[in-house]
Design a protein. Structure first.
Length: 588
């Protein structure tokens, strides 16, 4: 393994040679990418890994010529053997889509919210002269069917907000492959997706590259995804490639300290609560402790204009004891966040009982509900959206104390400083604004704000889903230390089963608003009894290529045994057969 790519680049569909990128800013020049050389062969997946700010996305954007005007690019970039730096804008537009396509990290921002899915898909087909009119629409329907979206004839008429996150990601992939490109750049294509949806997306990408011989540059910080997908791995740190090699070489025998640190920061499903430097083996919960949350036959419904109510939570029962962390897991739409919002008194229960800290919140007066909220903290999934951008960090943290009229100005300031120390942030961030700190620091600020009133119960909704692995490890360490110190009960909502394995005492698995399995962490995660839980666990990737290959085969065998077709593979085979039968591979 070396810090530069040394394999032959003959026939490469994407080739970076000594690429250097600098950005001119009002504070001087920022050297974002420093002499990076790598290549992607047809039918090969090359994973470019590293944390936020390492230069991964900037490197990929050079291949699409999508960098802003203040960027200065050096070196050579070739797509399918053609240098792109001196291409005219018209020639570059023809190259995009035909030869190179991109799957962006956040499909909701990549798709136009005011245009239907069909309009956005046919645009690329018409611009590149592949199809137009009804023929283009039919091609769009075929593509949606190919990427596994049900009822494609209906979906092409819908808008992006009417689809789930996994479906939107499939739409973006369908647009990317619509012109049969030679190489696809996939920038964090599975970030924040459910484990089963993530596994389906990875199956789809793997099928595409095998059947259509498409090269893929996969940009990610998820080492499990790397183990599942990559043929070769390039590790990037502060704009430089510090290690390259096959997936087995890099993940099983890392040489660079940074690579070792990344792998050591990944929580592993099945390793339990004694990992990432935590020793929680002696942490137990008193079974006689009182209940912070007590649900019995809870029903939550959303009312819709002219339609019957939608039942989001149906007959759910479980308890969270004081000092206990209960992991609430399941796919998007299973009702996890709905239960969390009900715990905060934001959504009323339509049936059953919801006792919060010993009190039934159904029909509770507004004044009484405010008093009980003082005893509850909440950590939201996106700290950037939950922190007021116009208010300094110190005031963001102390805001709950102001709302509930706790302490004077000096006491609030002292409490904020204590919590900044507790979450390992320097005290000078007190007067900074949220945009002046990193994503991991903002999440720590959210934790500090959630604890400012010394809550008895904490509701954490996907608090680490979009963090880098090393930042996530630090946040989880801090969270575990604070829970041991303050002994608060916690409802921890997540789709990351390895994080649940690390933190939780008990696990509740939800599917379509119903509890399908619940019990101690060891029982649910190591010896699942229900098919749905088995599917979730089988879909969770691990950062060991050999083990992941076995897990992928076992997952496919499980799905076959349960009667589920791996439709993406079959659909890609059908598409490939149709392409081979056509005189023009793009004339479908």
């Amino acid at each position: 393994m070396t810090a530069t790519s040394t394999d032959s680049t003959t026939g490469a569909v994407l080739d970076f040679s000594d690429v250097d990128v600098r950005f001119r800013t009002e504070f001087g020049s920022v050297h974002a990418v420093k002499g990076v050389s790598l290549h992607v062969q047809p039918g090969e997946v090359v994973a470019l890994v590293g944390e936020s700010g390492s230069g991964k996305s900037v490197t990929s954007m050079t291949a699409m010529r999508l960098l802003p005007g203040n960027a200065r690019v050096g070196g050579e970039i070739e797509v399918n053997g053609q240098g792109i730096r001196n291409l005219s804008d018209n020639a570059m537009r023809r190259l995009r889509g035909n030869d190179i396509a991109m799957v962006f990290q956040e499909p909701m921002t990549a798709l136009n919210p005011v245009l239907t899915i069909g309009t956005q898909m046919t645009e690329a087909l018409e611009l590149h002269g592949i199809a137009s009119g009804k023929r283009a629409l039919q091609r769009a329907i075929e593509l949606l069917d190919m990427v596994g979206i049900p009822e494609p004839e209906r979906r092409v008429k819908q808008y992006p907000h009417e689809l789930s996150g996994g479906q939107r990601q499939r739409v973006v992939i369908a647009i990317a492959i619509s012109c049969d490109p030679k190489v696809i750049i996939a920038d964090e294509p599975t970030t924040a997706l459910d484990v089963t949806v993530q596994a389906d997306i990875l199956d789809l990408l793997r099928s595409l590259k095998d059947k259509l011989n498409t090269g893929i540059l996969l940009i990610t910080h998820n080492m499990g995804v790397v183990a599942d997908m990559a043929d070769r791995v390039c590790v990037m740190f502060k704009g430089e490639l510090v290690e390259t090699g096959t997936a087995d070489e890099v993940l099983l025998n890392p040489q660079h300290d940074y690579t070792k640190m990344l792998l050591a920061s990944v929580p592993r499903l099945g390793a339990g609560r004694n990992q990432l430097g935590l020793d929680t083996s002696q942490v137990t919960v008193d079974e006689d402790a009182g209940l912070a949350i007590d649900l019995e036959n809870l029903v939550i419904e959303y009312h819709r204009m002219g339609k019957p109510p939608f039942r989001a939570v149906d007959d759910v029962s479980f308890q969270v004891r004081h000092g206990e962390i209960v992991g609430l897991v399941g796919e998007s739409g299973s009702g996890k966040s709905t239960i969390g919002r009900c715990a905060l008194g934001l959504i009323p229960a339509a049936g059953g009982s919801f006792k919060l800290l010993g009190e039934d919140i159904a029909g509770m007066k507004r004044r009484d509900l405010k008093a009980i909220r003082r005893r509850i903290g909440v950590i939201f999934q996106d700290p950037a959206a939950s922190l007021n951008p116009r208010v300094p960090i110190g005031e963001c943290i102390s805001e709950p104390m102001v709302v509930h009229k706790v302490g004077n100005r000096q006491e609030r300031e002292q409490k904020v400083y204590e919590l900044l120390d507790a979450v390992e942030l320097p005290r000078e961030v007190y007067n900074r604004y949220p945009h002046e700190v990193s994503g991991g620091q903002r999440q720590r600020i959210s934790i500090a704000r959630a604890l400012v009133l010394d809550p008895e119960l904490l509701v954490a909704d996907e608090p680490t889903s979009a963090l880098d692995v090393s930042v996530q490890a630090k946040v989880l360490n801090i969270f575990s230390d604070l829970q041991s110190r303050y002994k608060f009960a916690c409802l921890f909502i997540s789709h990351d089963l390895a994080v649940i394995d690390l933190l939780a005492h008990k696990v509740v698995v939800l599917q379509n608003g119903k509890v399908v399995e619940a019990g101690p962490r060891e029982q649910v995660l190591l010896n699942p009894q229900e098919e749905y839980t088995q599917r979730l666990l089988a879909a969770a990737p691990v950062p060991d290529p050999r083990e992941q290959r076995t897990r992928r085969e076992d997952r496919h065998a499980l799905l076959t045994a349960l009667g589920d077709e791996i439709s993406e593979i079959k659909l890609v085979e059908d598409f490939h057969a149709a392409s081979a039968a056509s005189e023009d591979p793009k004339d479908l």
